[in-house]
Design a protein around this ligand. Structure first.
Ligand SMILES: Cc1cc2nc3c(=O)[nH]c(=O)nc-3n(C[C@H](O)[C@H](O)[C@H](O)COP(=O)(O)OP(=O)(O)OC[C@H]3O[C@@H](n4cnc5c(N)ncnc54)[C@H](O)[C@@H]3O)c2cc1C
Length: 395
């Protein structure tokens, strides 16, 4: 049986970062993955350009049963620390919007950087390596398709369940359960909404329409684009809102968030006072795409309603609907579309400083497998780097 100081299961962002830090400390590290290559999700992230961090990442950008848990790791390994590594490797990058940093060339730059740092730190890669059993008679023993291994510190960095075709499995949750740890029920997140049957009929013909919108769910609002798809709502604002959604909850859309309360009604009334003779859908078409304007009028007003003949009260009600349009999704889109998995190993089980299990010293959980889930926009990688770094200091 081969012994390592540290075995990390999962060579994604969190596992790679942990291997670098532990290796730099002189620990003998094996980084094991069932895939043929490391960082599979990094390659496909950010549309192939990897949104590797967010300049503004802070605890408020994460969802967890314990919103304070992520504070320690995020404050000790910051976006600026990762950016420094990216600069040291002369990887060109840019801010796309809202603090989101992307590679100019390709996500492969980030994987190459992490692999070369792992190699410098002496970490050993075991790829195509399938874990069959994990036990702890004394040291941890791991039965794998490449033989039996043992270690003093076992780090589980197997990620979440989203996008099964790039290698997601539930091994991390199984290991946690095996050792009696609590799991916050995992569910797909950052995956947008699936229409209920009624809304599918109402909005099915809007496929492809994109609108800047404010989407509110469970008291949290995001203002970005929403895209109508053949099945539901996608686009950044819908993806973000889906992180906060639970079955049965309504989702509110403000189609004209640039107008404050009453301002939209005033805008319509002014047009009416000026004697504008057009149909309401034509007037609304000055603010929204023609297809969306027509649809919203069709849902709320008589056919061919003219602004001039619309009572002021009706204008007020119509504006109310445009700015707080409520629908109840049937579900979110599921793991096939989800960027992340919400839930995971209960943070009550872990030290927020080291990510070590309180009840089982030597066992660590880092990255997405933990019940810490970030917004869209580089926050999930920052959690992977920060939590991997934190464990890497002590394993
Ligand atoms: C399409 C897509 C795009 C994304 N884009 C971004 C983005 O631009 N910015 C951002 O911040 N976040 C993005 N994310 C989220 C981000 O990729 C994840 O949050 C992050 O990769 C989590 O890192 P991790 O190391 O915890 O897990 P992962 O990166 O998922 O790594 C887990 C590793 O464990 C391995 N593994 C799993 N099961 C086993 C097993 N049984 N045996 C051995 N090995 C196993 C996997 O092969 C994988 O290599 C995106 C996600 C997706 C799906």
């Amino acid at each position: 049986m081969k012994f390592f100081d540290v075995i990390i299961i999962g060579a994604g962002g969190a596992g790679l970062m942990c291997a670098i830090e532990a290796g730099r400390r002189g620990r003998q590290v094996a980084l094991l993955d069932h895939g043929a290559k490391v960082g599979a999700k990094i390659f496909i992230s950010g549309g192939g350009r990897c949104n590797f961090t967010n300049l503004d990442a802070g605890p408020g950008n994460y969802v967890s049963q314990n919103p304070h848990f992520c504070k320690s790791a995020l404050s000790r390994y910051k976006p600026s620390d990762f950016i420094q590594m990216v600069r040291d490797h002369r990887i060109p990058f840019h801010e796309k919007k809202l603090g989101q940093l992307f590679c100019d060339r390709s996500a492969a730059d980030i994987v190459e950087m992490l692999v070369s740092e792992c190699e410098k730190a002496g970490a050993r890669f075991l790829l195509n390596c399938h874990v069959q059993k994990v036990e702890k008679p004394g040291a941890f023993q791991i039965q794998t398709s490449q033989g039996d291994l043992s270690c003093g510190s076992l780090v589980v960095a197997t990620g979440g369940l989203s996008i099964p075709k790039v290698g997601a499995t539930d091994l991390g949750y199984r290991v946690a359960r095996q050792f009696g740890l609590q799991i916050v029920e995992p569910s797909p997140a950052l995956d947008g909404f699936r229409f209920n049957e009624k809304d599918l009929k109402r909005f099915g013909d809007l496929t492809g329409v994109s609108v800047e919108c404010q989407v509110t769910c469970n008291g949290v609002s995001f203002r970005e684009n929403v895209l109508f798809t053949h099945a539901g709502l996608s686009g950044p604002a819908a993806l973000q809102a889906s992180l906060y959604w639970h079955p049965g909850m309504p989702v509110e859309l403000d189609f004209l968030p640039t107008f404050g309360p009453q301002a939209l009604e005033k805008w319509f009334r002014k047009k009416k006072e000026k004697g504008v003779k057009s149909e309401v859908k034509t007037v609304l078409g000055e603010l929204l795409s023609k297809r969306l304007a027509e649809k919203l009028c069709e849902l709320d007003l008589p056919a061919h309603a003219h602004l001039a003949s619309l009572p002021d009260k009706k204008i007020g009600d119509f504006c109310g609907h445009l700015q707080s349009f409520t629908l109840t999704p049937a579900s979110t889109m599921g793991y096939g579309k989800a960027e992340v998995t919400r839930g995971g190993v209960d943070t009550d089980e872990l030290s927020s400083k080291t990510l070590e299990c309180k009840r089982l010293p030597g066992l660590y959980f880092i990255g997405e497998v933990v019940d810490v889930t970030g917004w869209l926009g580089g926050f999930n990688f920052q959690w992977a780097w920060s939590s991997g770094w934190a464990a890497g200091q002590v394993v």
